[in-house]
Design a protein around this ligand. Sequence first.
Ligand SMILES: Nc1nc2c(ncn2[C@@H]2O[C@H](COP(=O)(O)OP(=O)(O)OP(=O)(O)O)[C@@H](O)[C@H]2O)c(=O)[nH]1
Ligand SMILES: [Mg+2]
Length: 447
Amino acid sequence: MSRRDTIAAIATAPGRAGIGVVRVSGPDLAELGARIVNRRLPPRRATLADFLGTQGEVIDRGIALYYPAPHSYTGEDVLELQGHGGPVVLRLLLRRCLALGARLAEPGEFTRRAYLNDKLDLAQAESVADLIDASTARAARCAMRSLQGAFSERITALSRAVIELRALVEATLDFPEEDIEFLERADAEGRLGGVREELAKVQQASQQGSLLREGMRVVLAGQPNVGKSSLLNRLAGEDLAIVTEVPGTTRDAIRQSIDVKGVPAHIIDTAGLRESSDAVEKLGIARTWAAIERADLMLLVIDCTAGETAGDEAIVAKLPRSLPCIRVMNKIDLIGRAAASERRNGATVVWLSAKTGEGIELLRQALLDAVGWEGEGGEGLFMARERHLEALAAAQGHLERATQLMRQPELFAEELRLAQVALGAITGEFTAEDLLGEIFSRFCIGK
Ligand SMILES: Nc1nc2c(ncn2[C@@H]2O[C@H](COP(=O)(O)OP(=O)(O)OP(=O)(O)O)[C@@H](O)[C@H]2O)c(=O)[nH]1
Ligand SMILES: [Mg+2]
Protein backbone atom coordinates (compact mmCIF):
# COMPACT_ATOMS: atom_id res chain seq x y z
CA MET A 1 0.00 0.00 0.00
CA SER A 2 1.35 3.40 -0.92
CA ARG A 3 1.67 6.04 1.79
CA ARG A 4 -1.12 8.54 1.44
CA ASP A 5 -1.28 12.14 2.47
CA THR A 6 -3.20 13.44 5.46
CA ILE A 7 -6.81 14.50 5.01
CA ALA A 8 -9.11 16.48 7.28
CA ALA A 9 -12.74 17.54 7.27
CA ILE A 10 -15.55 18.68 9.49
CA ALA A 11 -17.43 15.42 9.97
CA THR A 12 -20.61 16.78 11.52
CA ALA A 13 -23.42 18.51 9.65
CA PRO A 14 -23.07 22.25 9.00
CA GLY A 15 -24.93 24.51 11.40
CA ARG A 16 -25.01 24.85 15.15
CA ALA A 17 -25.09 21.82 17.40
CA GLY A 18 -24.04 20.59 20.82
CA ILE A 19 -20.81 19.17 19.53
CA GLY A 20 -18.98 19.20 16.24
CA VAL A 21 -16.23 16.89 15.07
CA VAL A 22 -13.17 17.50 12.94
CA ARG A 23 -11.79 14.28 11.63
CA VAL A 24 -8.25 13.73 10.39
CA SER A 25 -6.78 10.64 8.75
CA GLY A 26 -3.26 10.01 7.57
CA PRO A 27 -0.07 8.02 7.90
CA ASP A 28 1.27 9.66 11.06
CA LEU A 29 -0.91 11.78 13.28
CA ALA A 30 0.82 11.42 16.64
CA GLU A 31 2.81 14.56 15.91
CA LEU A 32 -0.08 16.53 14.46
CA GLY A 33 -2.22 15.66 17.49
CA ALA A 34 0.53 16.68 19.89
CA ARG A 35 0.86 20.07 18.21
CA ILE A 36 -2.84 20.79 18.64
CA VAL A 37 -3.30 19.65 22.24
CA ASN A 38 0.25 20.23 23.42
CA ARG A 39 0.78 16.68 24.66
CA ARG A 40 1.10 13.13 23.38
CA LEU A 41 -2.34 11.58 23.04
CA PRO A 42 -2.89 8.08 24.41
CA PRO A 43 -4.42 5.66 21.91
CA ARG A 44 -8.23 5.37 21.89
CA ARG A 45 -8.73 7.28 25.13
CA ALA A 46 -10.96 10.32 25.44
CA THR A 47 -8.73 13.19 26.47
CA LEU A 48 -10.08 16.54 27.59
CA ALA A 49 -7.82 19.19 26.16
CA ASP A 50 -7.43 22.74 24.89
CA PHE A 51 -7.20 22.86 21.12
CA LEU A 52 -4.46 25.32 20.32
CA GLY A 53 -4.12 27.60 17.32
CA THR A 54 -0.91 28.50 15.50
CA GLN A 55 0.00 31.21 18.02
CA GLY A 56 -0.79 29.01 20.98
CA GLU A 57 -4.19 30.64 21.46
CA VAL A 58 -7.04 28.38 22.60
CA ILE A 59 -9.51 27.77 19.76
CA ASP A 60 -11.79 25.50 21.76
CA ARG A 61 -11.75 23.06 24.63
CA GLY A 62 -12.97 19.57 23.85
CA ILE A 63 -12.25 15.89 23.57
CA ALA A 64 -9.40 14.54 21.48
CA LEU A 65 -9.39 10.94 20.35
CA TYR A 66 -6.42 9.31 18.70
CA TYR A 67 -6.77 5.97 16.93
CA PRO A 68 -3.39 4.67 15.78
CA ALA A 69 -3.39 2.53 12.59
CA PRO A 70 -4.66 0.01 11.83
CA HIS A 71 -7.41 0.10 14.45
CA SER A 72 -9.43 2.95 13.05
CA TYR A 73 -12.22 3.65 10.62
CA THR A 74 -9.87 4.24 7.70
CA GLY A 75 -7.18 1.80 8.73
CA GLU A 76 -4.74 4.73 9.02
CA ASP A 77 -4.03 6.94 12.01
CA VAL A 78 -7.22 8.83 12.77
CA LEU A 79 -7.62 11.86 15.01
CA GLU A 80 -11.02 13.11 16.08
CA LEU A 81 -11.37 16.48 17.69
CA GLN A 82 -14.75 16.94 19.30
CA GLY A 83 -15.38 20.57 19.97
CA HIS A 84 -18.39 22.80 20.37
CA GLY A 85 -20.68 22.54 17.38
CA GLY A 86 -20.42 26.05 16.02
CA PRO A 87 -19.52 26.61 12.39
CA VAL A 88 -16.85 29.23 13.15
CA VAL A 89 -15.10 27.21 15.86
CA LEU A 90 -15.05 24.13 13.68
CA ARG A 91 -13.70 26.02 10.71
CA LEU A 92 -10.88 27.44 12.88
CA LEU A 93 -10.07 23.95 14.09
CA LEU A 94 -10.10 22.60 10.56
CA ARG A 95 -7.88 25.43 9.38
CA ARG A 96 -5.43 24.58 12.15
CA CYS A 97 -5.24 20.98 10.89
CA LEU A 98 -4.65 22.22 7.35
CA ALA A 99 -1.91 24.51 8.58
CA LEU A 100 -0.25 21.46 10.12
CA GLY A 101 -0.05 19.76 6.72
CA ALA A 102 -3.42 18.09 6.22
CA ARG A 103 -5.44 18.82 3.12
CA LEU A 104 -9.19 19.08 2.81
CA ALA A 105 -10.78 15.65 2.33
CA GLU A 106 -12.83 14.97 -0.76
CA PRO A 107 -16.37 13.63 -0.39
CA GLY A 108 -16.29 10.05 0.84
CA GLU A 109 -12.53 9.99 1.08
CA PHE A 110 -12.42 8.55 4.61
CA THR A 111 -14.63 5.67 3.56
CA ARG A 112 -12.67 5.25 0.34
CA ARG A 113 -9.52 4.79 2.41
CA ALA A 114 -11.36 2.32 4.62
CA TYR A 115 -12.19 0.38 1.46
CA LEU A 116 -8.64 0.59 0.10
CA ASN A 117 -7.31 -0.63 3.45
CA ASP A 118 -9.74 -3.58 3.44
CA LYS A 119 -11.79 -2.34 6.37
CA LEU A 120 -14.91 -2.62 4.22
CA ASP A 121 -15.68 -4.07 0.84
CA LEU A 122 -17.28 -1.89 -1.79
CA ALA A 123 -20.88 -2.94 -1.12
CA GLN A 124 -20.36 -2.19 2.58
CA ALA A 125 -18.82 1.18 1.80
CA GLU A 126 -21.83 2.05 -0.30
CA SER A 127 -24.15 1.05 2.51
CA VAL A 128 -22.47 3.66 4.72
CA ALA A 129 -23.86 6.34 2.41
CA ASP A 130 -27.19 4.52 2.20
CA LEU A 131 -27.47 4.43 5.98
CA ILE A 132 -26.85 8.16 6.19
CA ASP A 133 -29.35 8.83 3.39
CA ALA A 134 -32.01 6.39 4.58
CA SER A 135 -35.41 8.07 4.63
CA THR A 136 -37.37 5.43 6.53
CA ALA A 137 -36.57 3.26 9.55
CA ARG A 138 -36.85 0.16 7.41
CA ALA A 139 -34.44 1.55 4.84
CA ALA A 140 -31.98 2.31 7.64
CA ARG A 141 -32.21 -1.23 9.02
CA CYS A 142 -31.68 -2.60 5.55
CA ALA A 143 -28.60 -0.44 4.98
CA MET A 144 -27.25 -1.46 8.36
CA ARG A 145 -27.51 -5.13 7.47
CA SER A 146 -25.50 -4.48 4.31
CA LEU A 147 -22.96 -2.56 6.32
CA GLN A 148 -22.63 -5.55 8.63
CA GLY A 149 -21.87 -7.59 5.54
CA ALA A 150 -25.09 -9.56 4.99
CA PHE A 151 -25.26 -8.63 1.30
CA SER A 152 -21.54 -9.11 0.71
CA GLU A 153 -21.66 -12.54 2.36
CA ARG A 154 -24.39 -13.74 0.04
CA ILE A 155 -22.49 -12.43 -2.98
CA THR A 156 -19.22 -13.95 -1.79
CA ALA A 157 -20.88 -17.32 -1.20
CA LEU A 158 -22.30 -17.22 -4.72
CA SER A 159 -18.95 -16.26 -6.13
CA ARG A 160 -17.31 -19.13 -4.28
CA ALA A 161 -19.79 -21.62 -5.70
CA VAL A 162 -19.03 -20.34 -9.21
CA ILE A 163 -15.30 -20.62 -8.58
CA GLU A 164 -15.65 -24.23 -7.41
CA LEU A 165 -17.59 -25.10 -10.50
CA ARG A 166 -15.01 -23.37 -12.63
CA ALA A 167 -12.21 -25.30 -11.04
CA LEU A 168 -14.07 -28.49 -11.76
CA VAL A 169 -14.52 -27.65 -15.42
CA GLU A 170 -11.02 -26.37 -15.91
CA ALA A 171 -9.62 -29.55 -14.45
CA THR A 172 -11.22 -31.48 -17.29
CA LEU A 173 -9.98 -29.22 -20.08
CA ASP A 174 -6.73 -31.14 -20.39
CA PHE A 175 -8.57 -34.39 -20.97
CA PRO A 176 -11.04 -33.60 -23.70
CA GLU A 177 -12.13 -37.21 -24.23
CA GLU A 178 -13.37 -37.64 -20.73
CA ASP A 179 -14.53 -34.16 -19.91
CA ILE A 180 -18.23 -34.35 -20.60
CA GLU A 181 -18.63 -37.61 -18.84
CA PHE A 182 -16.64 -36.30 -15.94
CA LEU A 183 -18.80 -33.22 -15.62
CA GLU A 184 -21.88 -35.36 -15.73
CA ARG A 185 -20.56 -37.48 -12.95
CA ALA A 186 -19.73 -34.42 -10.89
CA ASP A 187 -23.25 -33.15 -11.49
CA ALA A 188 -22.05 -29.85 -12.94
CA GLU A 189 -25.52 -29.23 -14.26
CA GLY A 190 -27.17 -29.71 -10.88
CA ARG A 191 -24.63 -27.46 -9.21
CA LEU A 192 -25.06 -24.76 -11.79
CA GLY A 193 -28.83 -24.96 -11.33
CA GLY A 194 -28.35 -24.47 -7.59
CA VAL A 195 -26.18 -21.41 -8.10
CA ARG A 196 -28.69 -19.90 -10.51
CA GLU A 197 -31.51 -20.47 -8.06
CA GLU A 198 -29.63 -18.79 -5.23
CA LEU A 199 -28.68 -15.92 -7.51
CA ALA A 200 -32.33 -15.47 -8.46
CA LYS A 201 -33.21 -15.18 -4.77
CA VAL A 202 -30.55 -12.55 -4.19
CA GLN A 203 -31.77 -10.70 -7.27
CA GLN A 204 -35.32 -10.70 -5.98
CA ALA A 205 -34.28 -9.46 -2.52
CA SER A 206 -32.15 -6.78 -4.16
CA GLN A 207 -34.85 -5.55 -6.48
CA GLN A 208 -37.20 -5.19 -3.54
CA GLY A 209 -34.52 -3.51 -1.50
CA SER A 210 -33.72 -1.03 -4.23
CA LEU A 211 -37.25 0.28 -3.77
CA LEU A 212 -36.34 1.09 -0.18
CA ARG A 213 -33.34 2.98 -1.40
CA GLU A 214 -34.78 4.90 -4.30
CA GLY A 215 -38.39 5.14 -3.21
CA MET A 216 -41.19 5.36 -5.75
CA ARG A 217 -41.98 8.52 -7.64
CA VAL A 218 -45.70 9.00 -7.65
CA VAL A 219 -47.44 11.78 -9.51
CA LEU A 220 -50.94 12.95 -8.66
CA ALA A 221 -52.71 14.04 -11.81
CA GLY A 222 -56.23 14.64 -12.96
CA GLN A 223 -58.61 17.38 -13.88
CA PRO A 224 -58.89 20.54 -11.81
CA ASN A 225 -60.74 20.42 -8.51
CA VAL A 226 -60.97 16.62 -8.22
CA GLY A 227 -59.04 16.65 -4.92
CA LYS A 228 -55.39 16.01 -5.82
CA SER A 229 -54.01 18.47 -3.29
CA SER A 230 -56.42 17.19 -0.65
CA LEU A 231 -55.09 13.70 -1.31
CA LEU A 232 -51.47 14.82 -1.01
CA ASN A 233 -52.25 16.47 2.31
CA ARG A 234 -54.02 13.33 3.50
CA LEU A 235 -51.16 11.03 2.49
CA ALA A 236 -48.57 13.32 4.04
CA GLY A 237 -50.64 13.89 7.16
CA GLU A 238 -50.15 17.65 7.01
CA ASP A 239 -51.45 20.68 5.16
CA LEU A 240 -48.82 21.10 2.48
CA ALA A 241 -50.81 22.19 -0.54
CA ILE A 242 -53.48 24.84 -0.73
CA VAL A 243 -56.95 23.40 -1.17
CA THR A 244 -59.85 25.53 -2.40
CA GLU A 245 -63.04 24.97 -4.29
CA VAL A 246 -61.62 27.04 -7.13
CA PRO A 247 -60.51 24.87 -10.09
CA GLY A 248 -56.91 25.61 -11.01
CA THR A 249 -55.69 26.20 -7.44
CA THR A 250 -52.42 24.31 -7.75
CA ARG A 251 -50.01 25.70 -10.28
CA ASP A 252 -46.51 24.73 -9.32
CA ALA A 253 -45.69 21.09 -8.72
CA ILE A 254 -45.53 20.40 -4.98
CA ARG A 255 -43.21 17.63 -3.84
CA GLN A 256 -43.26 15.70 -0.65
CA SER A 257 -41.57 12.50 0.44
CA ILE A 258 -43.70 10.27 2.61
CA ASP A 259 -43.40 6.88 4.21
CA VAL A 260 -45.77 4.26 2.82
CA LYS A 261 -45.53 1.37 5.30
CA GLY A 262 -41.78 1.73 5.36
CA VAL A 263 -41.27 2.34 1.64
CA PRO A 264 -40.37 5.90 0.72
CA ALA A 265 -42.66 7.55 -1.81
CA HIS A 266 -41.90 10.86 -3.47
CA ILE A 267 -45.28 12.37 -4.22
CA ILE A 268 -45.80 15.21 -6.64
CA ASP A 269 -49.03 17.15 -6.64
CA THR A 270 -49.52 18.94 -9.91
CA ALA A 271 -51.69 21.47 -11.66
CA GLY A 272 -54.99 20.02 -12.84
CA LEU A 273 -54.89 19.06 -16.48
CA ARG A 274 -57.22 21.04 -18.69
CA GLU A 275 -57.12 23.38 -21.66
CA SER A 276 -56.23 26.73 -20.17
CA SER A 277 -55.61 30.19 -21.50
CA ASP A 278 -54.05 31.39 -18.25
CA ALA A 279 -50.30 31.76 -18.85
CA VAL A 280 -49.30 30.65 -15.34
CA GLU A 281 -51.64 27.70 -15.33
CA LYS A 282 -50.31 26.65 -18.75
CA LEU A 283 -46.77 26.55 -17.38
CA GLY A 284 -48.05 24.53 -14.44
CA ILE A 285 -49.70 22.05 -16.78
CA ALA A 286 -46.48 21.67 -18.78
CA ARG A 287 -44.74 20.82 -15.50
CA THR A 288 -47.38 18.24 -14.74
CA TRP A 289 -46.57 16.44 -17.98
CA ALA A 290 -42.86 16.69 -17.27
CA ALA A 291 -43.44 15.11 -13.84
CA ILE A 292 -45.49 12.34 -15.41
CA GLU A 293 -42.59 11.51 -17.74
CA ARG A 294 -40.29 10.85 -14.80
CA ALA A 295 -42.76 9.05 -12.56
CA ASP A 296 -42.81 5.37 -11.63
CA LEU A 297 -46.50 5.48 -11.01
CA MET A 298 -49.42 7.81 -11.58
CA LEU A 299 -52.52 8.33 -9.52
CA LEU A 300 -55.27 9.56 -11.78
CA VAL A 301 -57.62 11.32 -9.40
CA ILE A 302 -61.25 11.45 -10.46
CA ASP A 303 -64.20 13.15 -8.79
CA CYS A 304 -66.63 10.25 -8.36
CA THR A 305 -69.64 12.53 -8.24
CA ALA A 306 -68.88 13.34 -11.87
CA GLY A 307 -67.47 9.91 -12.74
CA GLU A 308 -64.86 9.30 -15.39
CA THR A 309 -65.24 11.91 -18.11
CA ALA A 310 -63.95 12.56 -21.59
CA GLY A 311 -61.31 14.76 -19.96
CA ASP A 312 -59.98 11.79 -17.98
CA GLU A 313 -59.93 9.63 -21.09
CA ALA A 314 -57.94 12.32 -22.88
CA ILE A 315 -55.38 12.29 -20.04
CA VAL A 316 -55.09 8.50 -20.10
CA ALA A 317 -54.67 8.53 -23.88
CA LYS A 318 -51.65 10.82 -23.53
CA LEU A 319 -49.92 8.76 -20.81
CA PRO A 320 -46.75 6.83 -21.57
CA ARG A 321 -47.85 3.22 -22.16
CA SER A 322 -45.43 1.74 -19.68
CA LEU A 323 -46.53 3.96 -16.78
CA PRO A 324 -48.67 2.07 -14.25
CA CYS A 325 -51.75 4.09 -13.34
CA ILE A 326 -54.08 3.74 -10.40
CA ARG A 327 -57.47 5.38 -10.70
CA VAL A 328 -58.54 7.12 -7.52
CA MET A 329 -62.28 7.73 -7.31
CA ASN A 330 -62.32 10.55 -4.77
CA LYS A 331 -65.07 12.16 -2.69
CA ILE A 332 -66.99 8.98 -1.85
CA ASP A 333 -68.34 10.80 1.21
CA LEU A 334 -70.54 12.79 -1.16
CA ILE A 335 -72.22 9.76 -2.70
CA GLY A 336 -72.33 7.58 0.40
CA ARG A 337 -70.31 4.77 -1.15
CA ALA A 338 -67.98 2.54 0.89
CA ALA A 339 -64.23 2.63 0.38
CA ALA A 340 -62.99 -0.16 -1.88
CA SER A 341 -60.08 -1.30 -3.96
CA GLU A 342 -60.92 -3.23 -7.12
CA ARG A 343 -59.50 -4.33 -10.45
CA ARG A 344 -61.17 -3.12 -13.59
CA ASN A 345 -59.82 -4.20 -17.01
CA GLY A 346 -56.46 -4.96 -15.47
CA ALA A 347 -56.24 -1.56 -13.75
CA THR A 348 -56.56 -0.82 -10.05
CA VAL A 349 -59.38 1.46 -8.96
CA VAL A 350 -59.51 2.77 -5.39
CA TRP A 351 -62.61 4.44 -4.01
CA LEU A 352 -61.83 6.83 -1.19
CA SER A 353 -62.36 10.20 0.38
CA ALA A 354 -59.41 12.53 0.75
CA LYS A 355 -61.59 14.62 2.99
CA THR A 356 -62.54 11.98 5.59
CA GLY A 357 -59.52 9.73 5.06
CA GLU A 358 -61.67 6.72 4.40
CA GLY A 359 -59.98 4.32 1.97
CA ILE A 360 -56.50 5.88 2.31
CA GLU A 361 -55.14 2.63 3.71
CA LEU A 362 -56.39 0.82 0.61
CA LEU A 363 -54.58 3.35 -1.54
CA ARG A 364 -51.35 2.86 0.41
CA GLN A 365 -51.58 -0.87 -0.23
CA ALA A 366 -52.39 -0.28 -3.91
CA LEU A 367 -49.26 1.89 -4.21
CA LEU A 368 -47.11 -0.89 -2.80
CA ASP A 369 -48.73 -3.51 -5.02
CA ALA A 370 -48.26 -1.35 -8.11
CA VAL A 371 -44.49 -1.18 -7.64
CA GLY A 372 -44.27 -4.88 -6.83
CA TRP A 373 -43.49 -4.52 -3.12
CA GLU A 374 -43.90 -7.87 -1.46
CA GLY A 375 -43.76 -6.72 2.12
CA GLU A 376 -41.89 -9.64 3.64
CA GLY A 377 -41.10 -7.55 6.69
CA GLY A 378 -38.36 -5.91 4.67
CA GLU A 379 -35.77 -7.59 6.86
CA GLY A 380 -34.37 -10.07 4.36
CA LEU A 381 -33.92 -7.41 1.71
CA PHE A 382 -30.78 -5.88 0.33
CA MET A 383 -30.74 -2.19 -0.33
CA ALA A 384 -29.20 -2.68 -3.70
CA ARG A 385 -28.08 0.05 -6.00
CA GLU A 386 -28.62 0.14 -9.73
CA ARG A 387 -25.06 -1.02 -10.30
CA HIS A 388 -25.64 -4.05 -8.07
CA LEU A 389 -28.81 -4.96 -9.94
CA GLU A 390 -26.94 -4.66 -13.23
CA ALA A 391 -24.11 -6.85 -12.00
CA LEU A 392 -26.53 -9.48 -10.71
CA ALA A 393 -28.36 -9.49 -14.03
CA ALA A 394 -25.07 -9.80 -15.91
CA ALA A 395 -24.02 -12.74 -13.72
CA GLN A 396 -27.38 -14.40 -14.26
CA GLY A 397 -27.00 -13.93 -18.03
CA HIS A 398 -23.60 -15.62 -18.03
CA LEU A 399 -24.82 -18.52 -15.93
CA GLU A 400 -27.73 -18.98 -18.29
CA ARG A 401 -25.41 -19.11 -21.28
CA ALA A 402 -23.18 -21.50 -19.37
CA THR A 403 -26.13 -23.86 -19.03
CA GLN A 404 -26.46 -23.98 -22.78
CA LEU A 405 -22.74 -24.55 -23.26
CA MET A 406 -22.45 -27.55 -21.00
CA ARG A 407 -21.11 -29.67 -23.86
CA GLN A 408 -18.37 -27.20 -24.78
CA PRO A 409 -16.29 -27.05 -21.62
CA GLU A 410 -14.04 -24.22 -22.76
CA LEU A 411 -16.93 -21.88 -23.46
CA PHE A 412 -18.70 -23.14 -20.36
CA ALA A 413 -15.68 -22.24 -18.23
CA GLU A 414 -15.43 -18.83 -19.84
CA GLU A 415 -19.04 -17.97 -19.03
CA LEU A 416 -18.45 -19.02 -15.45
CA ARG A 417 -15.44 -16.75 -15.31
CA LEU A 418 -17.49 -13.82 -16.60
CA ALA A 419 -20.20 -14.51 -14.03
CA GLN A 420 -17.55 -14.47 -11.33
CA VAL A 421 -16.22 -11.13 -12.57
CA ALA A 422 -19.72 -9.64 -12.53
CA LEU A 423 -20.27 -10.76 -8.93
CA GLY A 424 -16.84 -9.54 -7.91
CA ALA A 425 -17.67 -6.05 -9.15
CA ILE A 426 -20.31 -5.78 -6.42
CA THR A 427 -17.92 -6.30 -3.55
CA GLY A 428 -15.17 -4.40 -5.34
CA GLU A 429 -12.95 -7.36 -6.10
CA PHE A 430 -12.76 -6.31 -9.73
CA THR A 431 -13.46 -2.62 -9.95
CA ALA A 432 -12.18 0.12 -12.18
CA GLU A 433 -10.70 3.25 -10.62
CA ASP A 434 -13.22 5.57 -12.29
CA LEU A 435 -16.10 3.60 -10.81
CA LEU A 436 -14.62 4.15 -7.34
CA GLY A 437 -14.39 7.86 -8.06
CA GLU A 438 -18.01 7.89 -9.13
CA ILE A 439 -19.20 6.00 -6.05
CA PHE A 440 -17.32 7.97 -3.42
CA SER A 441 -17.87 11.38 -4.95
CA ARG A 442 -21.53 11.11 -3.94
CA PHE A 443 -20.70 10.78 -0.26
CA CYS A 444 -20.74 13.75 2.01
CA ILE A 445 -17.47 15.37 3.03
CA GLY A 446 -16.13 14.01 6.28
CA LYS A 447 -17.51 10.52 5.72
N1 LIG B 1 -66.56 16.21 0.00
C1 LIG B 1 -65.31 16.10 -0.41
N2 LIG B 1 -64.68 17.17 -0.91
C2 LIG B 1 -63.42 17.03 -1.32
C3 LIG B 1 -62.72 15.82 -1.23
N3 LIG B 1 -61.47 16.00 -1.71
C4 LIG B 1 -61.39 17.29 -2.06
N4 LIG B 1 -62.57 17.91 -1.84
C5 LIG B 1 -62.86 19.31 -2.12
O1 LIG B 1 -62.70 19.55 -3.50
C6 LIG B 1 -62.19 20.86 -3.73
C7 LIG B 1 -60.93 20.80 -4.57
O2 LIG B 1 -59.92 20.15 -3.81
P1 LIG B 1 -58.39 20.28 -4.17
O3 LIG B 1 -57.68 19.32 -3.32
O4 LIG B 1 -57.97 21.70 -4.15
O5 LIG B 1 -58.44 19.77 -5.67
P2 LIG B 1 -57.26 19.75 -6.76
O6 LIG B 1 -57.48 18.57 -7.60
O7 LIG B 1 -55.95 19.88 -6.11
O8 LIG B 1 -57.60 21.06 -7.58
P3 LIG B 1 -56.62 21.93 -8.50
O9 LIG B 1 -55.38 22.20 -7.76
O10 LIG B 1 -57.42 23.15 -8.75
O11 LIG B 1 -56.40 21.15 -9.76
C8 LIG B 1 -61.97 21.47 -2.35
O12 LIG B 1 -63.08 22.26 -2.05
C9 LIG B 1 -61.90 20.26 -1.44
O13 LIG B 1 -62.32 20.55 -0.14
C10 LIG B 1 -63.43 14.69 -0.68
O14 LIG B 1 -62.93 13.57 -0.56
N5 LIG B 1 -64.70 14.90 -0.31
MG1 LIG C 1 -54.54 21.26 -6.24
